[in-house]
Design a binder for this molecule. Structure first.
Ligand SMILES: *[C@@H]1O[C@H](CO)[C@@H](O)[C@H](O)[C@H]1NC(C)=O
Ligand SMILES: *[C@@H]1O[C@H](CO)[C@@H](O)[C@H](O)[C@H]1NC(C)=O
Ligand SMILES: *[C@@H]1O[C@H](CO)[C@@H](O)[C@H](O)[C@H]1NC(C)=O
Ligand SMILES: *[C@@H]1O[C@H](CO)[C@@H](O)[C@H](O)[C@H]1NC(C)=O
Length: 352
């Protein structure tokens, strides 16, 4: 009996240590380049005239260095910041914040992510609501600009290619394609969600191939989290069980295509590695067993929106919850810093 307990305790502790990443060795990468949406945007939208989704007001950034808003859609650091930190690199600055001279000397990676962006360019009604932001295509164009700008800092074409090949390309997109774009613009014009998902995944394939052509080799690609479990959906759409199942099914249909796309890319693009971070599964686990991951609340927004019904971004200047460290969501759409840290710990194991 006693021995069983010890064994159980050890197993429990070891798995816990794994979850918390206590055994993480340092990541060895010379640069991190981040592409995607508000999950990881570090402030690009602030530099786009009239764009919405800028997250440049309190309480966003309340737990960031200095406690000031940065354009990140969370209270502190994002998964990308944690990766950079762990690799001993500066936090990748937003591309649009960099002057020509700054870009030239930024060899450790840039953040191209833009809130409200997607794999596709923004469709009509969505664009009317949000104003044009950087689509994946725009972001890749900007990366091309970076390569042109920094390549002179390397001894040879070969050493530059080697640098790029060792750099990490962190991709977090698709959420808005299968979420807001589908809902506002596209659902009536497609036969069904399967065709739509397939269409979008083909575009995704193309974008990732283009990044490869520009020198990227190591890709960490996140799938889409269960949007139906976000406070924004749970408070807007009637549902019987804890999450909005219809929305999650739609996301799952899209996510099902990810492994196939990535395998195909890895097979056809010589020297490439595409690692999938199963964000959907991570969220499922967190929802099923919050305590195991150190959360006390995985269903509510920490900050308060203007209507107080968890359907909008944080209301400017309103004090958010105090127990932010144990909330999975900071606003009704976006993960808290604690959730970002868990995300880092889960996926980083795959990139060491
Ligand atoms: C920690 O890392 C070492 C070396 O990589 C490995 O042998 C060991 O199994 C790891 N321990 C845990 C708990 O993951
Ligand atoms: C994908 O959908 C767009 C409309 O948004 C359409 O123009 C395009 O032809 C479709 N592509 C494929 C491969 O089905
Ligand atoms: C949230 O509150 C606003 C204003 O009180 C209201 O217009 C909106 O319908 C509410 N949304 C939901 C889902 O209750
Ligand atoms: C909730 O459950 C009831 C009874 O089974 C069913 O009639 C209703 O359609 C369900 N509603 C939703 C939103 O799933």
């Amino acid at each position: 009996m006693a021995l069983t307990c010890v064994v159980f305790f050890l197993l429990f502790f070891l798995s816990f240590a794994c979850i918390l990443g206590l055994n993480d060795s340092k990541i060895k990468i010379p640069a991190v380049h981040a592409f995607g949406d508000s999950g990881i945007d570090a402030g690009n939208n602030q530099y786009i005239p009239n764009a919405r989704a800028k997250f440049n007001f309190r309480p966003y950034g309340i737990d960031f260095l200095g406690g000031l808003p940065t354009g990140r859609a969370t209270n502190g650091k994002t998964v990308v910041d944690f990766i950079a930190e762990s690799a001993g690199l500066p936090l990748p600055p937003p591309m649009l914040s960099l002057s020509k001279a700054q870009l030239k000397s930024t060899l450790t990676g840039v953040n191209y992510a833009s809130s409200a962006s997607g794999i596709q360019s923004m469709p009509h009604k969505t664009a009317k609501l949000f104003v044009k932001v950087l689509s994946m295509k725009d972001q890749i164009k900007l990366f091309k600009k970076t390569t042109r700008s920094i390549k002179h800092g390397f001894e040879s074409t070969e050493s530059f290619a080697l640098h790029l090949s060792k750099s990490l390309f962190f991709i977090n997109t698709g959420t808005n394609d299968i979420g807001v774009y589908w809902e506002l613009d596209l659902s009536p014009s497609f036969y069904n969600v399967e065709d739509y998902a397939s269409n979008v995944s083909k575009m995704f394939h193309k974008h990732l191939t283009n990044l490869y052509r520009l020198g990227a080799r190591r890709f960490l690609v996140n799938n889409v989290s269960p949007l139906g479990c976000r406070p924004s959906y749970r408070h807007r759409i009637p549902h019987n069980i804890s999450c909005v199942e219809d929305v999650n099914r739609r996301v799952a249909t899209f996510n099902d295509l990810f492994p196939k796309v990535l395998t195909k890319l890895e097979k056809s693009l010589k020297g490439s590695t595409f690692i999938l971070c199963d964000l959907y599964k991570l969220f499922e686990e967190v929802h099923a067993q919050p305590q195991t991951y150190g959360f006390t609340n995985v269903v509510d927004s920490c900050c308060i929106d203007v209507n107080g019904n968890q359907t909008r971004e944080c209301a400017p200047g309103r004090t958010p919850c105090i127990d932010r460290g144990t909330h999975a969501f900071f606003d009704p759409f976006h993960s808290s810093q604690s959730m970002h840290k868990l995300w880092f710990q889960r996926c980083v194991k795959n990139i060491i």
